[in-house]
Design a protein around this ligand. Structure first.
Ligand SMILES: Cc1cc2nc3c(=O)[nH]c(=O)nc-3n(C[C@H](O)[C@H](O)[C@H](O)COP(=O)(O)OP(=O)(O)OC[C@H]3O[C@@H](n4cnc5c(N)ncnc54)[C@H](O)[C@@H]3O)c2cc1C
Length: 450
């Protein structure tokens, strides 16, 4: 091999790539880290609103619900590098951490910069070579004198050779940070499949929040955007696609001038149909139902309402709703407005009462379109995890190719879950690559044959 050859080449200097490079180097391998941006860790700097929620110490208890259907893939890497190990590791490189609500861990310095600087210092002290402004364009396998496979890595700036290559190019979300999805093309070129990609942890854009369209069947002169800025601590959201329930989430909600955001809405976004299923959106078949009183069944809400209306027939419905339910005034006003029930109780018909109950328990909005990638925090979908060994992060299809981080078909909830996956998978991929890159070819062949 030429002098531009390394035992391990890592593509992408995000959290997973930096961790992989450090672990590979620690194992004794020579390591080259390639990054297309002018500097590493651009997205890492934005995490946790600039404070970096670097892991979550409620894992493994919250594990299954927070990583959804692919959680099992993480068992092994989280066992190897748990949230506690992440905190210990950062402490060892000078970043102490503390716990905030819901197990979220942050650096004591309250700055992502502190996390990035510590990683860069460590990379420097370990002699990991980092080449920035260097985008990887293609990968091709080559055969050495003894029949061993190595990889030719073509970049805009030249060609490099590596015994092992780790793909840590991130997903497609927030492409302004460098993760534009080019890693998927590299993975495909090696025979990997990529599951459908959905912008996730994003707000939901709703019709009726632009002051133009209104809820079907309800005459409204005011658009729902008058709710903009309102926050609710706990709601239940149900996503309906062509009238079928696709997912339910609970949590806080924020009305924005374009729709809804907050934990419950962000969590639901991963279940939206792909953007290319345009007609579903155009035909109004993607809808979200909001239950503003999730702890109460609809029948209970109706019973309570009927009881209060009967005992105080002259009281304004607005005041009745206020005394019964802890909801913001603006929301109650909008529910009554839409139901045509902003009247004294004795003037409210059964039909209007039912509409009020439905407004409280099942207000339905139409999702106008999926969020653009530019505002989604993570990518749902990615390199098919069936084609990757979860114990080693090795490709099952291409020799001495490994994956880590968001490029894989793994997405977590907000709360430090995505960085935990980036650190843990990077740790394992780096460890494996260093061993693999130094192993004689005969041993690799024997292992592969097992
Ligand atoms: C605004 C925001 C806030 C977030 N906050 C949190 C949080 O607080 N906690 C949490 O757990 N998660 C958070 N996340 C998610 C988390 O940041 C990501 O899941 C994580 O950064 C993924 O790490 P990664 O290393 O896989 O990819 P990335 O961080 O995306 O890094 C990939 C790197 O690869 C480079 N690259 C891509 N293609 C090439 C190529 N062909 N050649 C060379 N280089 C290439 C990119 O430029 C990039 O630097 C947040 C995300 C966003 C957008």
């Amino acid at each position: 091999m030429s002098e531009r050859s390394w035992q391990v080449i890592v593509i992408g200097a995000g959290p997973s790539g930096m961790m992989a490079a450090l672990k590979a180097r620690e194992g004794g391998a020579s390591v080259l880290l390639l990054e297309k941006n002018p500097a590493p860790g651009k997205k890492l700097l934005l995490t946790g609103h600039g404070r970096c929620n670097l892991t979550n110490c409620t894992i493994p208890d919250t594990f299954r619900e927070r990583y959804f259907e692919n959680a099992r893939f993480l068992n092994s890497s989280f066992h190897t590098f748990s949230p506690q190990d992440v905190c210990d590791y950062f402490s060892s490189i000078g970043v102490s951490t503390h716990e905030e609500d819901s197990g979220r861990m942050f650096p004591d310095a309250q700055k992502s910069r502190a996390v990035l600087d510590a990683l860069l210092k460590k990379l420097d002290s370990e002699d990991v070579e980092i080449l920035c402004d260097t985008e990887v364009l293609a990968l091709s396998p080559k055969e050495g004198k003894e029949g061993e496979t190595f990889w030719e890595v073509q970049t805009g700036k030249g060609t490099y050779y590596g015994n092992c290559v780790i793909l840590a190019t991130g997903g497609k979300a927030f492409p302004q940070t460098g993760s534009t999805g080019t890693g998927y093309q590299l993975a495909r070129s090696m025979g990997h499949s990529v599951t459908p990609l959905i912008p996730s942890l994003s707000p939901l854009y709703l019709s009726g929040f632009d002051g133009k369209s209104t809820e079907a069947g309800i005459s409204s002169e005011e658009g729902d955007e008058i709710l903009s800025g309102l926050t609710l601590e706990q709601v239940r959201l149900t996503l309906l696609v062509s009238e079928k329930t696709v997912a339910k989430t609970e949590g806080g909600l924020l009305f924005t001038h374009q729709g809804i955001s907050g934990p419950s809405a962000m969590r639901l976004s991963r279940y939206l149909p792909e953007g290319k299923e345009k007609s579903l959106y155009e035909d109004g078949k993607v809808r979200v139902q909001v239950h503003f009183l999730p702890e109460l069944r609809e029948e209970t809400v109706e019973e309570k309402l009927l009881g209060a209306m009967t005992s105080e027939p002259n009281r304004a419905m607005r005041n009745i709703l206020h005394s019964l339910f802890p909801l913001p005034e603006r929301l109650i006003g909008q529910v009554l407005f839409k139901a045509g029930g902003d009247l004294p109780a004795n003037q409210v018909t059964k039909m209007v009462r039912k509409k009020i109950v439905s407004g409280l328990c099942a207000t339905t909005y139409t999702v106008s379109h999926p969020a653009p990638w530019e505002i989604a925090y993570v990518t749902r979908g990615g390199v098919n995890i069936k084609e990757v060994d979860p114990k080693t992060m090795q490709s099952k299809l291409a020799p001495k190719i490994l994956f880590c981080g968001e490029i894989l078909d793994i997405d977590g909830d907000s709360g430090g879950y995505n960085l935990q996956h980036a650190w843990a998978s990077g740790f394992v991929a780096g460890q494996t690559a260093s061993t693999l890159s130094m192993m004689p070819q005969k041993m690799i062949n024997a292992q592969n044959a097992l």
